[in-house]
Design a protein around this ligand. Structure first.
Ligand code: ADP
Ligand code: VHF
Length: 374
């Protein structure tokens, strides 16, 4: 059997389960099947892998509870269904995960949470902390407060943005088909499965443009686009059938099932390109010689103790440039503190941050994952 060795090495995995799968043909949540996926995720946790779950299903579950026989068209009714259904959804997950001794956390995100750098960093920090505690975060869109203009709409996009957020190695999208076919298998029985492609391959979109199922929102098109988004931070995307036996561990072990959409760059390079290419610098830091050497030679994070001066108008999450004492460019990175906070921290060890500011967002001024050495 052909194995995908790169995938088998993935340590941090985002698993997205779509509406089409989670519901029993619109008959509410498929509680028994959810139990199977939870058991599969528990296997990954037992192997030491970190898992973030992005789960749809709130609207479909709420529709059943509120007696809708077809998807409501009014936004307020959809929001009400989502609020009712989300309770049931997380309740079902929590009770299943508990049987495996695993703790869960509910995180409901909106578009704003990920587009505003400050909230993005806060969401990232909470997620990293939860993963550090061994918790399985369960994420959905906060459907009850979003309006059409600002919604992700489909959870494939949300799954990819979460993969960017936590710098996942892989995004596994479970759906009701075996993977991406060269045309919609619902309409074309002769459609053939794409086993492996580059996430940036332009031909994928036209293959995937065949629409969604009755309960899903995005169809394959949003999955292909999600793979491209996930690739920005270097994550591989795997699209597979949630009905396949023991699918999550099999995909995660690198078994060649479903579709594998691979980023063009290696993970580290993709992430660095993303940092370097997408943000404009809002200020600068002057580093002492020790800090310059630590960054260049040891690939460390930047600590306040090695920073001599700061200027500009940056806030938490902004891009700043780092220069040496002669003004030579050393690195670019996303800073964890504003300019006012940074000025108070100059030359200070990380252990003093809490005492000086009254809180500590992160021990580093710039985490090494957010730093590109020039
Ligand atoms: N090229 C394709 N390959 C596979 N499925 C496709 C393709 N084009 C369209 N689809 C449709 O996408 C659907 C899955 O997307 P969707 O209904 O949104 O599910 P989910 O809720 O899992 O995201 C499939 O049931 C299928 O009908
Ligand atoms: N946030 C919505 C899910 C939206 C949706 O259906 O997405 P998808 O499963 O990707 O087709 C819900 O929980 O009902």
């Amino acid at each position: 059997m052909m194995m995908r060795e790169k995938i088998a090495k993935a340590q941090r995995i985002v698993v997205k389960i779509g509406s089409a799968l989670l519901t029993n043909d619109g008959q509410g949540l498929d509680v028994a099947r959810i139990g199977l996926w939870v058991a599969q995720i528990a296997q990954l946790r037992a192997q030491g892998k970190e898992v973030v779950l992005v789960s749809s299903g709130s609207i479909a579950a709420g529709m059943k509870r509120l007696g809708f026989t077809s998807r409501p068209t009014q936004v307020n009714e959809l929001q009400a269904a989502a609020a009712v259904g989300q309770m049931e959804l997380v309740g079902v997950y929590e009770s299943h995960f508990e049987k495996h001794g695993l703790c869960t956390a509910q995180i409901l995100l909106t578009h704003d949470d990920l587009s505003n750098r400050r909230r993005y960093l806060n969401a990232r920090s909470s997620l990293r902390t939860l993963l550090g505690f061994g918790v399985v975060p369960i994420i959905n869109e906060n459907d009850t407060v979003v309006t059409d203009e600002i919604r992700f709409g489909d959870n494939d996009t949300l799954g990819a943005l979460v993969a960017n957020l936590v710098e996942a190695d892989a995004l596994i999208i479970l759906t009701d088909q075996q993977g991406l076919f060269d045309k919609n298998p619902r309409d074309y029985p002769d459609a053939t499965l794409i086993s492996h492609a580059s996430a940036s391959d332009d031909r994928l979109e036209s293959m995937a443009s065949g629409g969604a199922g009755l309960l899903g929102s995005g169809g394959m098109l949003t999955k292909v686009r999600a793979a491209r988004l996930a690739a920005r931070s270097g994550a591989d995307t795997l699209i597979a059938s949630g009905r396949e036996d023991n699918v999550i561990p099999r995909v995660a072990m690198g078994e060649s099932i479903g579709t594998w959409l691979e980023p063009d760059y290696c993970r580290q390079a993709a992430r660095k390109l993303w940092i370097a290419g997408h943000l404009k610098s809002r200020g600068s830091l002057v580093l002492d010689t020790g800090a310059v050497r630590a960054l260049r030679e040891e690939g460390t994070s930047l600590l306040a103790v090695g920073v001599k001066d700061a200027e500009g108008s940056f806030s938490r999450g902004d891009m700043v440039v780092c220069v040496d004492e002669l003004g030579v460019l050393v690195a670019r990175g996303l800073i964890n503190y504003s300019v006012a906070e940074t000025l108070k921290l100059l030359g200070q060890p990380s252990s003093n941050i809490g005492g000086i500011l009254g809180y500590e967002a992160e021990p580093e001024l710039i985490h090494r994952d957010d730093l590109v050495i020039i």
